[in-house]
Design a protein around this ligand. Structure first.
Ligand code: UGA
Length: 454
């Protein structure tokens, strides 16, 4: 099939490269000439595991092309995917500016009959509005359907998520579009969930909201575990073993970030507001998430007595491992809070060479970041932090204090480390470990106790 993917961000590139790997002829179009130039030479301008080899292979086999000529790329293909960004507007609503500019171009374009597939995350009713615009324009007889085919791609895992998904969701109106979409994905052995377009649009928001809610639920349980002297990891494993609940997205820590969950949680609330429907679970999940960094910084402050003049080493800045993305990363909030308390912040992340806060001193490796610091705060669960040489760490960290904002280190393992090297280990919803390897209920500073999540 001849496919054009408009928008070469991580969703567009993964979609284009994976569809090419399934044997389709793909054109990836974007207005960014620099990006397209790089891609045409086989270089992927973003960090996504497995993507570059796929692009190179498709280029060699002549199954993928890159262009800035949007109008040409629209005319060339039978299936048009829109994968442009839909960021948040100040009121939380999704900004559809990029989507509309592409749709307007399609409305004016020539060529044969086409199926338009919106992959971008869009509010319920967007496909209907796009169809209205196209049906009233010159594209009228040439549009087979406007389908919605939401993406469920995790950054860092996106190629695998595309080729081995739990399900493929396709919302469309016509039988012809349904058949085309089934043929398009025939190479993927996962069930296709066919539904109407509005349901497909809401499935995407509902999926992200539910996952975000699971994270906030376990973080709420972590705070309760801290108060009760319980280990939240045990609680999470026990709850998640129930197949009706499942073990995924029950990892407690500093909260979710990234370019998707925070944006989509806002967008679904805006959607609810637009029809006068309250979404209290979503609101609570968002509030809990916003509060989570306070618990981490609170524990740090409580243990150091004062943050003023203390040197804090942050390990990990990206919103999760296997990405170079710091958008809405919890590290940004933690940095801001530490700086506001008068701390001196040093940091290291294997993927970050520039950080938006000038005051943060970036280092090229973990040992140089922690040298002479008063405490370490782990904020992204990069594997290399699990392999730190604790003897070396102890010599570098004055107070021997480690705050694990991701519960990434084994609790029992850290008991031995603390006992052997005289270190203190605090995490989220798990008992604190002192320098003798003894545990006590997780420390929650008094001022954070019983504070209602506002
Ligand atoms: C998320 C969804 O998982 C994808 O299905 C969706 O397609 C994508 O958003 C999107 O809408 O484009 P992503 O933002 O890449 O993907 O990352 P996730 O792996 O979902 O993690 C999001 C955040 O939650 C990260 O900050 C991560 O550290 C945090 N998280 C995740 C937890 O704190 N605990 C968990 O148990 C899982």
């Amino acid at each position: 099939m001849k496919i054009t993917v408009i928008g070469s961000g991580y969703v567009g590139l993964v979609t284009g490269a994976c569809l090419a790997s399934l044997g389709h002829q793909v054109i990836c179009a974007d207005t960014d000439a620099g990006k397209i130039g790089l891609l045409a030479s086989g270089k992927v301008p973003l960090f996504e595991e497995g993507l570059e080899p796929l692009v190179k292979e498709a280029l060699t086999d002549g199954r993928i092309r890159f262009t800035t000529e949007l109008a040409w790329s629209i005319e060339e293909s039978d299936i048009l995917f829109i994968t442009v960004g839909t960021p948040s507007l100040p009121d939380g609503e999704a900004d559809l500016t990029q989507l509309w500019s592409v749709v307007n171009l399609i409305a004016k374009s020539g060529g044969g009959r086409k199926l338009l597939v919106i992959k971008s995350t869009v509010p319920v009713g967007t496909c209907d509005s796009v169809e209205d615009l196209l049906r009233h324009g010159i594209a009228r007889s040439r549009i087979i359907d406007v389908a919605h085919n939401p993406e469920f791609l995790r950054q860092g895992n996106a190629v695998r998520d595309f080729l081995l998904p739990d399900r493929i969701v396709v919302g469309c109106k016509t039988e012809e579009a349904r058949t085309i979409m089934s043929d398009l994905y025939a190479g993927i052995a996962s069930p296709v969930h066919h539904c109407d377009r509005r349901s497909a649009e809401l499935i995407k928001y509902g999926s992200n909201a539910f996952l975000a809610m699971k994270i906030s639920f376990i973080n709420m349980m972590a705070n309760l575990s801290d108060e009760l002297g319980v280990d939240v990891d045990e609680v999470s494993a026990g709850i998640g073993a129930d197949r009706r609940i499942g073990p995924h997205f029950l990892q407690s820590g500093i909260g979710y970030g990234g370019s998707c969950f925070p944006k989509d949680m806002k967008a679904i609330q805006a959607l609810g507001k637009s029809v006068g429907c309250e979404l209290p679970l979503i609101e609570a999940a968002e509030r809990i998430n916003g509060k989570q960094p306070q618990f981490i910084v609170g524990k740090l402050k409580h243990s150091l007595q004062t943050m003023r003049g203390s040197r804090i080493a942050l390990l990990g800045l990206t919103f999760k491992p296997m990405t170079d993305d710091i958008r809405e990363a919890p590290s940004l909030t933690v940095c801001r809070m530490c700086l506001a308390e008068g701390a001196i912040v040093h940091a290291y992340d294997p993927m970050i060479r520039q950080y938006p806060m000038q005051e943060v001193v970036l280092h090229g490796d973990a040992y140089s970041a922690i040298d002479g610091c008063d405490a370490i705060v782990l904020l992204t669960e990069w594997d290399e932090f699990r392999l730190l040489d604790w003897g070396r760490v102890r010599k570098a960290v004055r107070n021997g204090l480690i705050v694990d904002g991701r519960n990434m280190l084994s609790h029992s393992g850290m008991r031995s480390v603390c006992e052997q090297y005289g270190m203190t280990y605090l995490s989220v919803g798990r008992p604190a470990i002192d320098r003798y390897g003894l545990t006590s209920p997780g420390v929650i500073p008094q001022y954070l106790r019983n504070t209602r999540v506002k």
